[in-house]
Design a protein around this ligand. Structure first.
Ligand code: NAD
Length: 493
């Protein structure tokens, strides 16, 4: 099997070490493809190509924004034309049910279209100012940052990259993109599209390989002007340290342990359904997962009974056949999730359902874990404190509104959170108290291109999506014009 290659300076190349790795289908352990493995030397070549493209040839950077926007639209159209193939690739490579992969591809198409339209729209501020120096006019222009290193995780293989690539390219930057080694196939296909639509040489580069070497190089190299990262908080911290050398701009989208607060007056059936979407969508491999259910004591037993019934009814199977749930991304990740489940039991949480691998029929060869609900949990338990990134939810109870808020905020993370209640004033009161960047009232997990996405506390720095998502990849320059040129007379006073 010829290995899939990296895309550096407009060419498909193999890694300088000559080594390869295998893309594994987590539903059955079969090899999907061989992938070339890049090295630090390859990352440096890609950075040099991006630097040349941004600072010397300048074709992409200097292109007028209408034409650049047209290229971004062409990318969206080309993905749209191959929507089914993209979805099939992510479903097989990652393990998510096909219909979820289709939603991801639709989101990716919309993200490119959204940033094409934003970059085509007039933007910037103009101010009339009058101060000590006389009448002045002040306005702002937005400029690309320069060479951007983009690093992503495996849970949304295509989409996490697109949330960065679309605004970074629309803004006129040159980029070096490194997806997670676990799932690279849809990123390779995306770069085939970049080549097909004719992006100028060197403005978009793809490197493949281990984060500890290649990813770290993107964070550390002084020729990189900005690094944006989506992934675990631990790696995010190491990126911050590595980026200090040239005080790079950074964007960090990190982990979460998000509260789902449910009051007794909530529509219980709706709350159960949304709690399922909150924790079991994408096998629970979602940064914003509602992994901590915090529920008013009086309805807890009824809620947990219904949630367990629904969780036990979840179907498994080959992701391409659209079961409710697919396998976890890899054997090692499955083992990590199972070890958290064991820890939950050891630390005294009550296992209500799940808690083990699912091995029926053809699933025996895959990395499936049953949806797991733990009752009687307390704030000091490992499964309540740490991000598990799998289909595991904890349940805790409260008696008062303040107790619910305190419990929701008793975490190092601050990515997401939700409140379920029929009382509108209480919903707003509580959601405003939750220290998190993405929140929902009477729903869980919907996300939109137009709205900014990002975390408080150890869940990150900056925002993706929306207008903020474009501004992350722009420098904003203030230009001040003196409307009365001549002698100011400052020193005569
Ligand atoms: P990870 O941190 O292990 O890896 C993420 C990326 O960083 C990968 O490409 C990896 O190769 C690279 N990397 C690893 N070590 C590195 C280093 N020292 N320097 C630079 N890069 C390095 O995370 P993961 O297991 O791929 O993904 C799961 C995590 O991602 C979870 O914590 C999840 O919450 C988080 N996530 C956050 C968001 C968000 O929007 N906040 C979205 C999706 C996933």
């Amino acid at each position: 099997m010829e290995p899939k290659k990296m895309y550096i300076n407009g060419e498909w190349v193999e890694g300088s070490s000559g080594k390869t790795t295998s893309a594994i289908n987590p539903a059955n352990g079969e090899v999907l493809a061989e992938i070339t493995l890049g090295t630090v030397e390859d990352a440096r070549k890609a950075i040099a190509a991006a630097k040349e493209s941004f600072y010397t040839t300048r074709e992409w950077r200097d292109m007028d924004s209408q034409t650049r926007g047209d290229y971004i639209l062409k990318i969206a159209d080309a993905i749209d034309a191959e929507r089914d193939e993209f979805a099939r690739i992510d479903s097989m490579d990652h393990g998510k049910p096909l219909r979820e992969a289709e939603c991801d591809v639709d989101d990716a198409i919309h993200t490119f279209r959204y940033y094409a339209s934003l970059i085509k729209a007039p933007y910037g501020g103009v101010y009339d100012v009058n101060e000590g120096f006389g009448k002045m006019h002040s306005f702002t222009v937005h400029e690309p940052v320069g060479v951007c290193g983009l690093i992503t995780p495996w849970n949304y293989p295509l989409l996490m990259g697109v949330w960065k690539l679309a605004p970074a390219l629309a803004a006129g930057n040159s980029v070096v993109y490194k997806p997670s080694s676990n799932c690279v196939l849809s990123s390779i296909k995306l770069f085939e599209i970049f080549e097909k639509v004719g992006l100028p040489k060197g403005c978009a580069n793809l490197v493949l390989g281990p984060g500890g070497t290649i990813g770290n190089e993107l964070a550390e190299n002084n020729d990189v002007d900005m690094v944006t990262f989506t992934g675990s908080t631990e790696v995010g911290q190491s990126i911050m340290r590595a980026a200090a050398g040239n005080v790079k701009k950074i964007g960090l989208e990190l982990g979460g342990k998000s509260p789902n607060v449910i009051f007794a007056d909530a529509d219980i059936e709706g709350a159960v359904e949304w709690a399922m979407i909150g924790i079991f969508l994408n096998q629970g491999e979602i940064c914003s997962a509602g992994s901590r259910i915090i529920i008013e004591e009086s309805i807890k037993d009824e809620f947990v009974k219904r949630l367990a019934e629904r969780a036990n009814a979840i179907t498994f199977g080959n992701p391409l056949d659209n079961p409710d749930m697919g396998p976890l991304v890899s054997e090692s990740h499955m083992n990590k999730v199972l070890s958290y489940i064991k820890k939950g039991i050891d630390e005294g949480a009550a296992l209500v359902c799940g808690g083990e691998r699912y091995t029926e029929g053809e699933c025996a060869k895959g990395y499936y874990v049953r949806p797991t609900v733990f009752d009687n949990c307390t704030d000091d338990m490992t499964i309540v404190k740490e991000e598990i990134f799998g289909p595991v939810v904890t349940v805790q109870t409260f008696k008062t509104e303040q107790e619910a808020i305190d419990m929701a905020n008793n975490t190092e993370y601050g990515l997401a959170g939700a409140v379920f209640t029929a009382d509108g004033a209480r919903a707003l009161r509580v959601i405003k108290e939750i220290r998190a960047g993405i929140t929902w009232i009477n729903c869980y997990n919907p996300c939109f291109n137009e709205a900014p996405w990002g975390g408080y506390k150890k869940s990150g720095i900056g925002r993706e999506l929306g207008v903020h998502g474009l501004e992350e990849y722009q420098e904003i320059k203030q230009i001040n014009i003196n409307l009365n040129p001549g002698i100011v007379g400052w020193y005569e006073h």
